[in-house]
Structure formats: structure tokens, C-alpha cells
Design a protein around this ligand. Structure first.
Ligand SMILES: Nc1ncnc2c1ncn2[C@@H]1O[C@H](COP(=O)(O)OP(=O)(O)O)[C@@H](O)[C@H]1O
Ligand SMILES: [Mg+2]
Length: 250
């Protein structure tokens, strides 16, 4: 088992960061401590959690070098139960690190948390390999659109490759479907296609609905839960997915 979870997809904009933060927020609501590790040089998760990436002296870039994770981790502005290992644009230069380095660094801090969530960049390069090498669970985030499903087989192949070369503890724990519109024949067809590709059991329920409030929350650097009744269905989806994730890591 193990509690470190990589959320990934090589495609950008499918909701890796949104889902990572939604799960972190649900965890804190339930009284659990979590660590969000930002592996994207664009540092969206860092910024949304209220940490300015330009102010962060030690980030995942330095932790992939020699820095200790505990020296880089800071408390988020959302909750004292949510810590963040910030990212910065310096991570861009770090495409050639040793894959096991992050795993070693996180092993020193992970038992302080119920879960460690790794927000991977939109690529299948060295940073995602580092994330998968550090994790025991891989969760693919997808969107039910034609472009959102493209390349998902490639993501599964990379998980297999990392399992083979660097991390025998890694398993593909599931697929989270994000941004599902209330009514759409196209989304329904794509969902059916996804079921054929990954199998019904791999898809975690519930799916995350498409809602304007999600986009607004990101822009205002707030959690969906902080909007109360204005975001009930989205918050409830993340609460249920967090419960699912807890069962997966136990
Ligand atoms: N369920 C959703 N409903 C509405 N907008 C969403 C939803 N999920 C993500 N978004 C929006 O889509 C954009 C990309 O999401 P993001 O989480 O940054 O994707 P990724 O991390 O995969 O690149 C963000 O502006 C976000 O607010
Ligand atoms: Mg992202």
C-alpha cells in the first residue's frame, strides 16, 4: 500500500490541478492532513493554494536536486491541514533528474499525512516519471471529450514503463472523469468510449460535473468547499472521491 498518489495525464487543461485541489480540500473538510506536491513548472496548484511561486525559495526544483522536502514544504492559505511543496518555473530546467530522488525526499515526510497528492505536469517527461516513481498509486484524470481521451493509452503505457524500470510498488488505481456536462450526447458517447478503453471498474464514481463555480474558485484562489451551497454538487463529488481514494490507499 502507501499513501502517495500521482494525478496525471499528458494533456493539459483536463483538470489535474482542479481535481488535486478538490481532493485536498475534501480531505481537510474531513479532518485529514494532506500534502500537495506541485510538479508542474507552471505552478498553478502552488498559486491557487495561496503561495506565490516567485517567493518560494525552496521548491520541487530544489528537492529534485539536494534540498530536503521538509525545508521546502509550507502551509497553504486554505487550511492548516493542507501543506504544499511549491513549484516554480525553475522546475522547467529539471528535466534530467534522477527519478528516485523525489521518492527518497518524500519518504521522509509522507507519514505525517493521510495522503500525499502529486499534481503532475501536462507531459509524460522526466517530471511525471519522477512523480510516478515516488507514488504507489497513479490516478489518471480525463475529460469526456474527443481530445480529452486522446493519448490515454499512452499514459497507461508510461505507468507500465515506470513500474517496470523504477517502481514495482506502483499501481494504476483508477480514472477520475472531470468536467462532465449536465446534458451532452457527445460527452455520453465519449464516456462510453472511455468505459471500453479502461473498463467500467477502473472509473471512479462519482464523476466531477462541469460548473462555472469551479473555474471561479481557481481564479479566486479558493477551495470549492468555501463556496458552501453555491458549489454543493461539486464539493459532494470531491468528498465522495476522497472517500474512494482513502479506501484505495488503506
Ligand atoms: N469541473 C470543472 N468545471 C468547470 N471548469 C473546470 C472544471 N475542471 C477544470 N476546470 C477549468 O479548466 C481549466 C484547466 O483546469 P486545470 O485543473 O488547470 O487542468 P490541468 O491541471 O489538467 O492542466 C481551469 O481553468 C479550471 O478552472
Ligand atoms: Mg495542472
Amino acid at each position: 500500500m502507501g499513501r502517495t498518489v500521482a494525478l496525471l495525464n499528458q494533456k493539459g487543461g483536463v483538470g489535474k490541478t482542479t481535481v488535486t485541489l478538490g481532493l485536498a480540500s475534501a480531505a481537510a473538510q474531513a479532518g485529514h492532513r494532506v500534502l500537495v506536491v506541485d510538479l508542474d513548472p507552471q505552478a498553478s496548484a502552488t498559486w491557487v493554494l495561496g503561495v506565490d511561486p516567485d517567493d518560494a525559495e525552496l521548491t520541487t526544483a530544489e528537492v529534485l536536486g539536494k534540498a530536503k522536502a521538509s525545508d521546502a514544504i509550507v502551509e497553504s492559505a486554505w487550511s492548516d491541514l493542507i501543506d504544499v511543496l511549491p513549484s516554480s518555473h525553475r522546475l522547467q530546467a529539471n528535466e534530467h533528474g534522477v527519478p528516485s530522488r523525489l521518492r527518497t525526499a518524500l519518504a521522509e515526510v509522507s507519514d505525517q499525512y493521510t495522503a500525499v497528492l502529486l499534481d503532475c505536469p501536462p507531459s509524460l517527461g522526466n517530471l511525471t516519471t519522477s512523480g510516478l516513481t515516488a507514488a504507489q498509486h497513479a490516478v489518471i484524470v480525463v475529460e469526456p471529450s474527443a481530445l480529452g481521451l486522446r493519448g490515454i493509452a499512452g499514459v497507461a503505457d508510461v505507468i507500465d514503463d515506470v513500474w517496470d524500470a523504477h517502481n514495482g510498488d506502483l499501481e494504476l488505481s483508477g480514472v477520475i472523469v472531470n468536467r462532465v456536462p449536465a446534458v451532452s450526447g457527445e460527452a455520453d458517447r465519449r464516456y462510453g468510449e472511455l468505459v471500453r478503453i479502461v473498463g467500467k471498474k477502473a472509473i471512479w464514481q462519482p464523476v466531477v460535473p462541469q460548473r462555472v463555480i469551479v473555474n471561479q474558485a481557481i481564479g479566486e484562489r479558493r477551495s470549492v468547499h468555501s463556496y458552501g451551497s453555491r458549489a454543493t454538487d461539486v464539493s459532494a463529488a470531491f468528498d465522495a472521491l476522497w472517500a474512494k481514494l482513502r479506501r484505495a490507499i488503506r
